[in-house]
Structures are given as structure tokens and as C-alpha cells.
Write a protein that binds this ligand. Structure first.
Ligand code: A2P
Length: 257
């Protein structure tokens, strides 16, 4: 048995010069937990060329969705950005990753903190009805340099708000907070600063960080993750893993250089 499924690209959407998303068929045998990633890619010169990608689709969906950067000289994304409907992609059979609710101690407010394509695993998690069962509030924070980079997330949330099943859940529990660092926008600043200054909580009319109730998942640039980890650890929060649930879990967003 091959280590990969061969899936067909169903649609591709380009969001900016550096961001695109695509949907593909999903083998009925491919199982994953919302928030996990798999190795995906293309066959290049007869060999698989793969990178870790979070599923942006939820595990109840029939199709797969991925959200990717485009790097002009990136070994995979220079090619992957050119895929079209009908092309074949490879999807590794095994999904894995730490951004799953079982790795967190039970809590009341779930904070999903992301930059760039680090949004992808949270796109999956906010389509998981169980997440809304487990938490009273879900904060989806997405930080980008430019406003245009928010488009994928904005559309995702807008579609879910219109959805028959998710609409009511979102209006009750989901607080979406996009923020931009390098041009004017209604929310501005780095996620780290927005948390330390309490601006994030003030803008959302919510209470400050509270170790008793707050659980955190983060995915994004390594520098941001390192700073957030320190910020939370100095306040007593502990990192969780598959063996020991904690107050927060971390995953690096895929970068290709
Ligand atoms: P900034 O514009 O101030 O660098 P990138 O495109 O470099 O991955 O960055 C995505 C977003 O993450 C940007 O808004 C960027 O802000 C922010 N960012 C980068 N480094 C950090 C960090 N160490 N802590 C918090 N946010 C960061």
C-alpha cells in the first residue's frame, strides 16, 4: 500500500500574491482530528515532494481544504501554487499534531491565536461542533501584516455565520479578531502586544487573561510562538501534549524557504 493517497484538486482560490487555498477529494479511509496536519504535496520527477499542512477542512467534511503560502523559489509551493482543478496531489495517510482539544485541560474560554497561514488548523476547529460544546467562548485571533491577507479568514467566518448549523453557535460563542500590523485597520498590532496590554480583551468586552478558565492554541511564525509561550509561562500556564494535557498547545505554521 502506498504511503499516500492520490487526490484530485477540485478548486483553487488565490487570495493574494502570497496566499492561496484549494480543495481536493478525500479518501474515505483518511481520518484525522480537527486541528491536525498531514504531509501533502506533489509528485515531482517521479518522487513525492511533501510538506506538513494543516487540514483547514473539518473531519466531517467530504472534501479536504488547505491554506498555503506561495514562495516563488520554494521547492514545493513554487509548484503547488500552479495547481488547477483536475490535478493530482499526494496526501499522506497519517494525520498528526498537537492542536487538538484533548491536549488541553478543560476550560471555559478557548483562545485560538494565529498569524498568516497559521489560521488553517483553526479553520478546521471552528467547524467542529464539539469545540462549541466544550467552551463557552472561542476567540479566533488572526494577525497579518496587510489587510488583504485576512481575506481567507474573513470569508471563512462570514460563510459560517450564514450556515444553518454553525450560524447560531458562532453568534453565541465565536469572537473573531483579525489584526493588522503594517497598514491601517480597525484592529492594529501584534498579538503579543494585544494580550499584554489587554487591548484584545477590552475590544471584545471580555475579562482579562485567567488561568482558571483560559485555554490556548497557537499556530504561526516561530518568533511569535516563542514570545507567546514565554508570556503564558510567566503567568503559570503549562504547555500540553499528547501525554499530559495543559493550558496551551503550540504548532509552527508551515514555512518554506
Ligand atoms: P509585524 O508586521 O510587526 O512583524 P510574518 O508575515 O512575518 O509571518 O508575520 C505575520 C504577522 O505576525 C505580522 O503581523 C507580524 O507583525 C506578526 N509577528 C511577527 N513576529 C512576531 C512576534 N515575535 N510576536 C508577535 N507577532 C509577530
Amino acid at each position: 500500500m502506498s504511503a499516500f493517497y492520490r487526490e484530485k484538486v477540485l478548486s483553487v482560490q488565490h487570495w493574494t500574491d502570497t496566499l492561496f487555498s484549494f480543495r481536493a477529494t478525500r479518501d474515505s479511509g483518511f481520518r484525522f482530528q480537527n486541528g491536525q496536519f498531514a504531509m501533502i504535496g506533489l509528485e515531482v520527477d517521479g518522487r513525492p515532494l511533501l510538506r506538513a499542512y494543516s487540514m483547514a477542512s473539518a473531519n466531517h467534511e467530504e472534501e479536504l481544504e488547505f491554506f498555503s503560502i506561495k514562495v516563488q523559489d520554494g521547492p514545493l509551493t513554487s509548484k503547488l501554487q500552479k495547481i488547477r482543478e483536475g490535478d493530482t496531489i499526494l496526501v499522506g495517510r497519517k494525520a498528526t499534531g498537537t492542536l487538538i482539544t484533548d491536549n488541553l485541560i478543560p476550560g471555559k474560554r478557548l483562545m485560538l491565536l494565529s498569524t498568516g497561514t497559521g489560521l488553517a488548523p483553526f479553520a478546521s476547529l471552528i467547524k467542529d461542533p464539539e469545540v462549541y460544546d466544550r467552551y463557552d467562548q472561542i476567540l479566533l485571533v488572526h494577525g497579518c501584516r496587510q489587510v488583504s491577507e485576512l481575506a481567507y479568514g474573513e470569508e471563512l467566518v462570514a460563510k459560517l455565520r450564514d450556515d444553518e448549523l454553525f450560524g447560531p453557535l458562532l453568534s453565541e460563542k465565536l469572537f473573531y479578531y483579525p489584526t493588522v500590523t503594517r497598514e491601517p485597520f480597525r484592529n492594529r498590532g501584534r498579538i503579543t502586544d494585544l494580550i499584554t496590554s489587554n487591548q484584545l480583551f477590552a475590544d471584545l468586552h471580555q475579562g482579562p487573561l485567567d488561568i482558571e478558565t483560559d485555554r490556548i492554541m497557537m499556530c504561526g511564525s516561530p518568533a511569535m510562538l516563542e514570545e507567546l509561550k514565554q508570556l503564558f509561562e510567566t503567568r503559570g500556564f503549562k504547555e500540553g501534549s499528547g501525554n499530559t494535557p495543559g493550558h496551551f498547545v503550540i504548532e509552527k505554521a508551515f514555512v518554506e524557504r
